[in-house]
Design a protein around this ligand. Structure first.
Ligand SMILES: *Cc1c(COP(=O)(O)O)cnc(C)c1O
Length: 395
């Protein structure tokens, strides 16, 4: 059976855990998405922007130097780092921004923690000519000045949130409140396969392009499917977008979460590896919570993996045993960050470096005629200051 079902459930996970007053907005979105995703004009227009603006298809690059250095399976990189903006995020924000436009919405709102989703939303909104406002905690604004300025350059308004802990979860509350108040004119653009139905399904559909291209490209190059595919997991959108096309195939699918300072320290973002079932941000999924159900604070050196929840469909596929999960620590990710930069001349995002580390680790034990695809979700330019500091380098 195709999932999610009509209630937005993936065998128990998912659903719409939102306040009653938001239901009309959510149902309106569900209907609009159902209509436009099958509309050939919509698809053509989205294809146009993905190709001409975002730079798709992205290459599937054979990492020859890394493979030789590792001495095992062939390692291929799906180059989402080459998407405009520097990560896979634009695949989703373009899709949703176009949907917002078709729905006749005049304004897009989003919320952002480190600012990466805010920037990707600002890019899509500017390209499609829609007004954009991004909620961001004052604490995050202080830490991410560069991304705040980037958004402002592209005409987005950054709205400071100074309630609670002044970070992402407070911005999410404010964005929900705004959506409630302005539902007629406003589209709420969520950045990963999380939130109430239909968001997890919708974001998955917009990110599936990664796996679709990968399948075609690996068949062209190797005439066979890869033995394994590895991707990092924050909310889970780049991972599921890459894996989805291969769910029915004999391919090992591995999600890599943030091990942070080590699982035992409690300072990590390994939700699928260590989390328990509960409701967060409108969906029933795995999450990091204490025994009273209070959400725990996640941590990772990679801002994009620093989230205490994860997509409901991933929770389901992991429980089912179709997708395997593991975690990689900050230090290991830093090692992979340097390794890929040195061997291939590609500076990966710290998020993606988690996936690289694990791919190299398993490639070592595999045969030379086997193949691994790693989704390189983003480029590392945004991370060089954090990395320099972690390595004790003064710039
Ligand atoms: C945001 C981000 C992630 C994490 O988000 P997912 O929804 O898990 O894909 C991973 N890598 C990069 C480069 C990102 O910007």
């Amino acid at each position: 059976m195709k999932l999610p079902n009509k209630l937005g459930k993936f065998n128990g996970y998912g659903g719409k855990f939102a306040p009653e007053v938001l239901m009309p907005a959510i149902e309106g979105l569900e209907k609009a998405f159902g209509k436009f995703i099958r509309d050939s004009e919509f698809q053509e227009e989205l294809d146009y922007y993905l190709r001409e603006f975002a730079g798709r298809p992205t290459p599937l690059y054979y990492a020859k130097n890394l493979t030789e250095k590792t001495g095992g399976a062939k390692i291929y990189l799906k180059r989402e780092d080459l998407v405009h903006g520097g990560a896979h995020k634009l695949n989703n924000t373009l899709g949703q921004a176009l949907l917002a436009k078709k729905m006749g919405k005049k304004r897009i709102i989003a919320e952002t923690g480190a600012g990466q989703h805010g920037v990707a939303t600002a890019i899509a909104a500017a390209a499609l000519g829609i007004k954009c406002e991004v909620y961001m905690g004052t604490e995050d604004i202080e830490r991410q000045k560069l991304n705040v300025f980037r958004m402002q350059l592209m005409n987005a308004k950054v709205i400071p949130v100074s309630s609670g802990s002044c970070t992402l979860k407070d911005s999410i509350n404010e964005a929900m409140r705004d959506w409630l108040t302005n539902v007629e004119t406003t589209y709420y653009l969520i950045g990963s396969i999380v939130g109430p139905h239909p968001y997890p399904m919708m974001v998955r559909e917009f990110q599936r392009v990664i796996g679709r291209e990968t399948k075609k490209q690996i068949l062209e190059k190797e005439d066979s499917l890869p033995n394994a595919i590895v991707a990092c997991v924050g909310g889970g959108s780049n991972a599921l977008g890459t894996f989805y096309e291969f769910l029915e195939d004999e391919v090992e699918l591995i999600g890599v979460e943030a091990g942070g300072k080590g699982i035992k320290t409690g300072k990590h973002g390994a939700t699928l590896c260590t989390g328990t079932d509960g409701v967060l941000h409108g969906t029933y999924s795995k999450l990091l919570q204490d025994r009273y159900g209070q959400i725990e604070i996640s941590y990772s050196i990679a801002a994009g993996l620093d989230y205490p929840g994860v997509g409901p469909e991933l929770s389901y596929l992991v429980k089912k045993g179709r997708i395997k999960v593991t975690s990689v620590t900050d230090d290991e990710a830093l090692e992979a960050f340097k390794l890929l930069s040195q061997t291939e001349g590609i500076v990966p995002a710290l998020e993606s470096a988690h996936a690289i580390y694990h791919a190299v680790k398993i490639a070592e034990k595999m045969e030379k005629d086997q193949k691994i695809v790693v989704n390189l979700s983003g480029r590392g330019d945004k991370d060089v200051f954090v990395v320099a500091e972690a390595l004790g380098v003064k710039l």
